[in-house]
Design a protein around this ligand. Structure first.
Ligand code: BGC
Length: 427
C-alpha cells in the first residue's frame, strides 16, 4: 500500500502539554485550584520549550517530514495587548529548526488554552472572544505565518459541543471543583475551552475561526489554512438512529459547513462512538472490546471512517492532524498505526482526498485532566531527568514515512508478534 507523492508524515504536540511552565494560561490556574478537575498540575511538562531542538532532531532522524505544534496565546499575549517579542522569537526559532532539518512546520494557533486575562473576561463563553483571538492571530501571523507549511486555527473547534453533555455531568457531580475552578479563573468554568459547549458556542467559535483565517491569509496568502475537528466513527445501535443524527447535527454539521470554505480540514480521530436506543451519546464499547488507557474502544479503523464522513460532507482536502492511542504496550501502538493507515489507504483508493497523517503524539505528555498517566507518545519521557526514549513504534512509523508505503518484512513480522496483545479487555 503506497501513499501519494508529497504525503505529509508527522507527529504532533501542543504547547501546554509539552513546553512546561505555562503559568499565564487559564489551564495552569485550573490545575492549581483546590479541589481541581485536573489529576495533577502540568508543571515543567516535557521541558520542550528548552528542548525543542533535540526533539525535532529525533523526529527528523526517524524519517518524518512534518511537525505539528501549537503557538501558545498565553505566552504571546500574556496581558491584554501586551505582546511578547521573546515568545514570537521562540516560535520563529522552532520554525527555523524544522526547516533546517527538512521538516515542514504546521502550527496551530489555539490548542485548548487561553491567557488568564481572556478567561477573566468570559473566555469562550464571552462575546469578545472572536475579536480577541483574531487580534492575537494577526500579530502571530505577521511574525510567523509566511514560513509555515500549514496553519490550523482552532484545535478541535467542535470538541466543546461534542463533549458538552459529558462536561455538564462532570460539573454537576463535582460542585466543589466547579466552584474552585471559578475562584481560580475569576470567571465561570465555562470560560475554559473544554467546558464552553452549548448555547451560542458554535457561532462564537466559528466566527473566531473565520476571522483568524482572514488574519493568517492576509499575512501569508500562500499558506493553507484550516480548522481541526474531533471526528469519531459514529454508529447507531438498533433504535439509536435519532440520537446519532442529533449528535452529528450538533457536533459536526455546523462545523463542516464552514470547513467547506477552508483550504483543508484537520481530522482528529481516536475511537468509535455508539448511540443506543436510550437516546444517549456514548463511547460505550461493544461487550468484550479491547480498551485503551483512556477507557475507550481500541478502534484504529475509525480513522478511515471519520475521513470518509468529513470528505462526504465537505469535499475539503483532509490532513489527519491527530490519530493515536494511549497504551503502555508499544506493540499495540504499532498495530494501531498500521491498521489506522490501512483504513486511510482504503479511503484514498475510494477517492477521499487525504494529504497526510500526523500521529498524536511525539512525546508522552500532559494529557489534560488525566495528568501524565496516559502514554500516547512515540517517544517516552522520564520526567525526572527529562531523558527521551525512542519507542519501536517511532522507528516503525519513520520507516513507513521514508518508504511512503505500508509494506516490508518488518511490518509483517510485527503484525504476527502483536496480534495477541491487549490493553485491557472488558468482560
Ligand atoms: C487533543 C489532544 C489530546 C488528545 C488525546 C485530542 O483531543 O487535541 O490535546 O491530548 O486528543 O486525548
Amino acid at each position: 500500500m503506497s501513499f501519494p507523492a508529497n504525503f505529509v508524515w508527522g507527529a504532533a504536540t501542543a504547547a501546554h502539554q509539552v513546553e512546561g511552565g505555562n503559568w499565564a494560561s487559564d489551564c495552569w490556574a485550573l490545575e492549581h485550584a483546590k479541589p481541581s478537575f485536573f489529576a495533577e498540575p502540568s508543571g515543567e511538562a516535557c521541558d520542550h520549550f528548552a528542548r525543542y531542538g533535540d526533539d525535532l532532531a529525533i523526529l527528523a532522524g526517524l524519517g518524518l517530514n512534518a511537525y505539528r505544534f501549537s503557538l501558545e496565546w498565553a505566552r504571546i499575549e500574556p496581558e491584554e495587548g501586551a505582546f511578547s517579542q521573546n515568545a514570537l522569537d521562540h516560535y520563529k526559532r522552532v520554525i527555523d529548526a524544522c526547516w533546517s532539518r527538512g521538516v515542514q512546520p504546521i502550527a496551530t494557533f489555539h490548542h485548548f488554552t487561553n491567557p488568564r486575562w481572556v478567561a477573566r473576561d468570559g473566555g469562550w463563553a464571552g462575546d469578545r472572544i472572536a475579536e480577541r483571538f483574531a487580534r492575537y492571530c494577526e500579530v502571530a501571523a505577521d511574525a510567523l505565518a509566511d514560513r509555515l507549511a500549514y496553519a490550523c486555527t482552532i484545535n478541535e473547534i467542535n470538541l466543546p459541543d461534542a463533549i458538552g453533555e459529558l462536561m455538564a455531568r462532570v460539573k454537576g457531580k463535582h460542585a466543589d471543583r466547579t466552584a474552585a475552578a471559578a475562584a481560580a479563573l475569576g470567571a465561570p468554568v465555562e470560560s475554559f475551552f473544554l467546558f464552553a459547549g452549548g448555547e451560542g458556542y458554535a457561532e462564537r467559535a466559528l466566527r473566531a475561526h473565520t476571522l483568524a483565517r482572514e488574519a493568517i491569509k492576509s499575512a501569508a496568502p500562500h499558506v493553507p489554512v484550516g480548522m481541526t475537528m474531533s471526528i469519531q466513527e459514529c454508529e447507531a445501535e438498533p433504535g439509536g438512529e435519532a440520537a446519532l443524527a442529533a449528535y452529528k447535527s450538533l457536533a459536526y454539521a455546523r462545523y463542516y459547513e464552514v470547513a467547506k470554505n477552508d483550504d483543508f480540514l484537520g481530522v482528529q480521530t481516536y475511537t468509535r462512538m455508539r448511540f443506543g436506543a436510550d437516546g444517549k451519546a456514548s463511547r460505550r464499547p461493544p461487550p468484550g472490546a479491547e480498551l485503551t488507557q483512556m477507557d475507550y474502544e481500541y478502534r484504529p479503523q475509525a480513522l478511515g471512517a471519520a475521513c470518509r464522513d468529513a470528505w462526504a460532507a465537505t469535499q475539503t482536502p483532509i490532513l489527519v492532524t491527530e490519530s493515536g492511542i494511549a497504551t503502555q504496550d508499544d506493540s499495540r501502538r504499532r498495530a494501531f498505526i498500521r491498521s489506522a493507515l490501512e483504513s486511510v489507504s482504503a479511503a484514498l483508493a475510494d477517492g477521499v482526498d487525504i494529504r497526510g497523517y500526523i500521529y498524536w503524539t511525539l512525546l508522552d505528555n500532559y494529557e489534560w485532566m488525566s495528568g501524565y498517566a496516559p502514554t500516547f507518545g512515540l517517544v517516552g519521557v522520564d520526567r525526572r531527568t527529562m531523558a527521551r526514549a525512542i519507542k519501536p513504534s517511532a522507528a516503525m512509523l519513520g520507516e513507513i514515512a521514508r518508504a511512503s508505503a505500508l509494506a516490508g518484512a518488518a511490518c509483517v513480522a510485527e503484525a504476527v508478534v502483536s496480534s495477541g496483545a491487549a490493553v485491557g479487555v472488558r468482560e
